[in-house]
Design a binder for this molecule. Structure first.
Ligand SMILES: [Zn+2]
Length: 493
């Protein structure tokens, strides 16, 4: 009998299960009555710790995955950031209140159009673009990031257009098989795409749409299927929620059943089942759990969301749950070091970093030590990246033996921090809080007694990956290294 691995495959199917994490996944496999995930687990290679980019937010994770670059190259810094050129905060949707204050039309146009077509750098190519260049095909089923070479139209539902001034049809370039909720779909089915189903941005709609390709035998060379729902379960019920994993397992069943058999599905395709980012638990006591960035920055004048940047404003805050970008609008009056010193007064701040004269400076809450580093130099890390370092390296939990750097609580710490600080223009500090905590500012979501992400810590940064149908592994176990590996898998398929 020929082994599964040696048979030529028809393509790669990647299913991203939002917020899948190793520990609760292991627990669910033991305790819950699952069918699809254990089927893959028994037949595949399991990698429990793949490193997500920083800040650990979906738009950044997907951009990094699709382009094979960190945000210093792909230029999508996080869910919320300040666009210096346009002098305004960009927010692709952390909270509806926040979006309403910033202007719903602008926010929706940012996420429907600018995110993929303008903000994602045209200097890097997505997997969809690379494959199209080679005459190969791909599908993008419901992720936020989907840029490709094929001109297509998204249609804004009429009910949304009652509240915002958006054109009915927006022209974009995407993957050739493209699903974006109710705004762009493949099957004639309307189920799961109503207003109360978040217009199709849910697991069942993703499954229904991809199953349509399976049933019509039109699965392309690469498919990226995104299941968004589990994020909110973990935010609400905490990192060890297994009910959401059980739900996803159940939802995947009709997808598997759309194939002639589960055996055929695994025989004919390479499957990658992967998370996007982890989450850290947030303490129950709100006063301890939530770090109010406005209080820490007192008495600096912070830009109000509704008003936008005013002449006498001094700083802008772009909050990404457990991380935050803080920009100085007047570097002479308020240098970034002043912002950092204010953050240093709170023991819950696990890291604050900024750029100065070619170096990156790092400090930590209630600690007087500093650490600095820059690219190049004689030190080499686990990923063969080279660095020059100075100061107290315990701030980033580095272990150093001779000239070799190994990471502890902050995987790929140096490159991830370096890329976050070079992901967009402006003079700013990037900061994150310890597990158990979350930043809050004007109208941000709060998850006390639940969980949150966006942070620098390994809790937010490690995700599991389950692969069947190939023995080949990526060069390194980081999301940034998956594009090259996926393209190789498709080319040798
Ligand atoms: Zn989330």
């Amino acid at each position: 009998m020929v082994s599964q691995e040696t048979l030529p495959k028809k393509g790669v199917i990647m299913v991203m299960l939002d917020t899948l994490m190793d520990k609760p996944f292991q627990q669910a496999l033991e305790q819950e009555d699952l069918s699809v995930l254990p089927y893959f687990m028994d037949r595949g290679e399991y990698y429990p710790r793949v490193v997500a980019p920083y800040p650990t937010m979906s738009v950044n994770v997907e951009s990094t995955l699709l382009t094979g670059h960190y945000p210093d190259q792909h230029r999508v810094p996080a869910l919320a950031w300040f666009n210096q050129k346009e002098n305004r905060l960009i927010n692709y949707g952390t909270h509806v209140l926040e979006m309403r204050k910033l202007g719903l039309s602008t926010c929706l146009y940012d996420s429907f159009y600018r995110l993929n077509q303008e903000h994602l750098s045209s200097d890097v190519k997505t997997i969809h673009e690379e494959l199209a260049d080679q005459g190969l095909t791909s599908a993008s089923i419901n992720p936020l990031m989907h840029k490709g070479n094929v001109p297509t139209t998204i249609t804004v539902p009429s009910l949304i257009r009652l509240f915002v001034s958006l054109e009915k049809n927006i022209e974009i370039s995407a993957a050739d098989k493209f699903v974006y909720g109710r705004l762009a779909n493949l099957s004639p089915l309307k189920k799961y795409s109503r207003l109360w189903n978040k217009y199709g941005f849910n697991n069942k709609f993703s499954i229904q749409e991809f199953s349509h390709l399976v049933k019509n035998d039109t699965i392309p060379d690469f498919s990226f299927v995104y299941l968004p729902d589990h994020d909110k379960n973990v935010h609400k019920r905490g990192p060890m929620d297994t009910k959401g994993i059980k739900d996803m397992d159940k939802q995947l069943k009709p997808l598997m059943d759309a194939f002639p058999s589960w055996e055929e599905a695994l025989k004919n395709y390479i499957w990658i089942i992967i998370g996007d980012n982890g989450q850290s638990g947030v303490q129950k006591d709100k006063n301890k759990a939530l770090v109010d960035i406005r209080k820490l920055l007192q008495p600096l004048k912070i830009t109000k969301l509704r008003k936008g940047v005013q002449n006498d404003d001094q700083v802008v805050v772009a909050s990404n749950l457990r991380s935050c970008f803080i920009y100085t609008l007047k570097p002479d009056e308020v240098p970034v070091t002043e912002i950092a010193e204010k953050l240093q007064t709170d023991s819950r701040v696990e890291m604050a970093a900024w750029k100065s004269e070619g170096w990156i400076h790092v400090i930590k809450g209630e600690c007087n030590e500093t650490f600095t580093f820059k690219e190049g130099g004689s030190m080499k890390d686990e990923y063969k990246q080279t660095w020059e370092i100075d100061g107290d390296h315990s701030l980033l939990d580095l272990s150093i033996t001779e000239n070799v750097i190994e990471f502890g609580d902050y995987p790929d710490a140096l490159k991830r921090l370096h890329s976050a600080l070079h992901s967009h223009e402006g003079e700013f500090v990037v900061t994150s809080v310890k597990p158990g905590h979350e930043f809050i500012s004007e109208s941000t979501p709060k998850h006390p007694n639940g969980a949150s992400h966006g942070g620098f810590h390994k809790n937010d940064s490690f995700i599991p990956m389950l692969v069947t149908g190939t023995d080949a592994a990526p060069d390194f176990l980081r999301i940034v290294d998956l594009k090259k590996w996926i393209l190789n898998l498709i080319q040798s398929a």
